[in-house]
Design a protein around this ligand. Structure first.
Ligand SMILES: [Zn+2]
Ligand SMILES: [Zn+2]
Ligand SMILES: [Zn+2]
Ligand SMILES: [Zn+2]
Ligand SMILES: [Zn+2]
Ligand SMILES: [Zn+2]
Ligand SMILES: [Zn+2]
Ligand SMILES: [Zn+2]
Length: 376
């Protein structure tokens, strides 16, 4: 049997001409007529192929195949979105099912040459990737394939003691380990934060966290007795220990009272005071005064601050009132002076002005008469 019959589609696409059954291998009697049509007359065109085939949609979506007669080559779109991965490799095409430009135009056994393939969408979104190392700054590029470039945003971080502010490139700072970050943030100068238990400043190099061992402060402190006559040099940690024993809260002792009253008054104090005042009662009074003076220093800081604020308020109010009275008086006197000056000016110019006017009128009259009677 020859294959002369020229099918309307290429032989590899359609089932092609079907040769007449070989009588020797044909079951007899043949009751069912085959759907396949054979080319009975060599050289004549085949009748349309009636084979039932499964056809895929234009977008080649899985599970959307339709049963179609082989010769029916009408392309169809399914109800899915295209879903093809876009060039940005992050997003998928949202167009409805369409023939894709870069796929083979021969789909599952039929040509779609009469269908113009469409290109997928173009991604216009900004980059939505998470940056590495993670940071809150968005990537400046439009949606892209490769990793994001390192974040160049400048971030500010103060040093541990608060003396200066460092500026870091975000990616550089965030790629450091925590320890490295802490190190990079140190200003390298002395910490100089006030120690919690004494009046001294931390001598350590700018460091994170609390100041280490403030109870071991070894600065020198002048300690005195209550009447201030005796004095000695102690190390700060000894002063702290002594204050601890006397159950004074270190945080509430003011700078000027630090170390005062730690030495007990001796007979020396009495003698010294006698020399000065010749009266031990006065010395006693002085001691009481000193103790009284020391008391406000032991008042809670908040109360002290409140009282101080109120005092400032009161004095500033008084100052304001005095200033107002002065300004009002000055304004009154200035007004009176201006009025007097104006009156004087008017009187002077008014008086002289009258004379000048009468002179001028006389002159005009004389000129007129002269013109009228030139011989006189
Ligand atoms: Zn489809
Ligand atoms: Zn994209
Ligand atoms: Zn698409
Ligand atoms: Zn960043
Ligand atoms: Zn990016
Ligand atoms: Zn610092
Ligand atoms: Zn410190
Ligand atoms: Zn100290």
């Amino acid at each position: 049997m020859s294959l002369w019959c020229l099918p309307p589609v290429p032989a590899d696409i359609c089932h092609g001409p079907v040769p007449a059954p070989n009588p020797e291998f044909t079951l007899k009697p043949k009751k069912k007529k085959s759907i396949q049509q054979s080319c009975e007359t060599p050289g004549s065109p085949c009748s349309p192929c009636q084979e039932i085939v499964l056809r895929q949609c234009l977008g080649q979506h899985i599970g959307t195949e339709q049963m179609m007669v082989c010769s029916n080559r009408t392309p169809f779109s399914c109800s899915n979105l295209c879903g093809n991965l876009l060039q940005c490799r992050n997003h998928y095409c949202q167009k409805s099912c369409h023939a894709i430009i870069d796929r083979s135009l021969i789909l599952d056994g039929y040509a779609i040459s009469n269908v113009t393939p469409e290109s997928c969408e173009e991604c216009t979104l900004p980059c939505q990737k998470e940056r590495s190392p993670a940071c809150p700054h968005p990537c400046p590029l439009p949606c892209h394939v490769k990793n994001c470039p390192p974040c160049k945003v400048l971030i500010k971080r103060s040093c541990h003691c608060g003396t200066m502010v460092h500026v870091f490139e975000c990616a550089l700072y965030n790629s450091m380990f925590e320890e490295e970050q802490q190190q990079a943030r140190s200003c390298g100068g002395p910490c100089h934060r006030k120690l919690p238990n004494c009046t001294h400043l931390c001598p350590e190099t700018c460091h994170p966290g609390k100041c280490p061992s403030p109870e071991k402060c070894s600065k020198k402190v002048t300690v005195r007795c209550v009447c201030l006559h005796l004095k000695k040099q102690w190390l700060c940690h000894d002063v702290q220990a002594a204050c601890c024993n006397s159950k004074h809260d270190m945080r509430e002792i003011s700078r000027s009272q630090f170390g005062i009253g730690l030495l007990p008054c001796t007979s020396e104090c009495d003698i010294a005071c006698k020399k000065k005042t010749t009266n031990p009662e006065v010395h006693q009074r002085k001691i009481t005064m000193m103790e009284d003076k020391a008391k406000p220093a032991l008042l809670p800081k908040g109360r002290k601050r409140r009282e101080h604020k109120q005092e400032i308020k009161r004095s500033s109010k008084l100052e304001k009132q005095v200033f107002q009275v002065i300004t009002l008086t000055a304004q009154k006197w200035l007004l009176i002076a201006t009025m007097v000056v104006l009156l004087l000016v008017f009187a002077y110019f008014g008086y002289h002005g009258l004379f000048w006017l009468s002179d001028w009128m006389n002159e005009v009259e004389a000129r007129r008469l002269k013109n009228r009677y030139p011989r006189i």
